[in-house]
Design a protein around this ligand. Structure first.
Ligand SMILES: [Cu+2]
Length: 121
């Protein structure tokens, strides 16, 4: 019994010693950045769509958005609350936009950034 314990311990130490090294490697790898913040609820999900309506006073925008992979959302039209009403400045119905959504609670989302899509003028 004792022999088993003695042989297992050094292996466990080796594994523990290797973990910080792996973490450091991942940090330096380009393209791993988004994966690093996956666990946080503050992660911003990027989407694109068309503005259907704007309520600047209420800080709301209605968007016909495309699928949002990060949230497993299909394309749909829905209303969003914006985090800061200032981001709605210059946003008008009919505009093609790119935006970022952050989840603030269960089934609660706010738009943190919305701007005209970088396409045709
Ligand atoms: Cu939606």
């Amino acid at each position: 019994m004792k022999r088993v314990a003695v042989t297992v311990a050094p292996i466990a130490l080796l594994v523990l010693a290797a973990l910080p090294l792996q973490a450091a490697e991942m940090k330096d790898t380009p393209g791993m950045k988004s994966g690093a913040s996956k666990a946080t609820t503050e992660k911003a999900h990027k989407g694109g769509g068309t503005v259907k309506g704007v309520d600047a006073k209420a800080g709301k925008v209605s968007l016909a958005h495309g699928p949002i992979a990060g949230l497993n959302w299909p394309a749909m039209t829905m209303d969003f609350q914006v985090k800061d009403k200032a981001v709605l400045k210059g946003v008008t119905p009919g505009q093609n936009v790119e935006f970022e959504i952050v989840q603030t609670g269960q089934s609660q989302f706010v738009i943190t950034r919305i701007a005209p899509a970088a396409t045709k003028k």
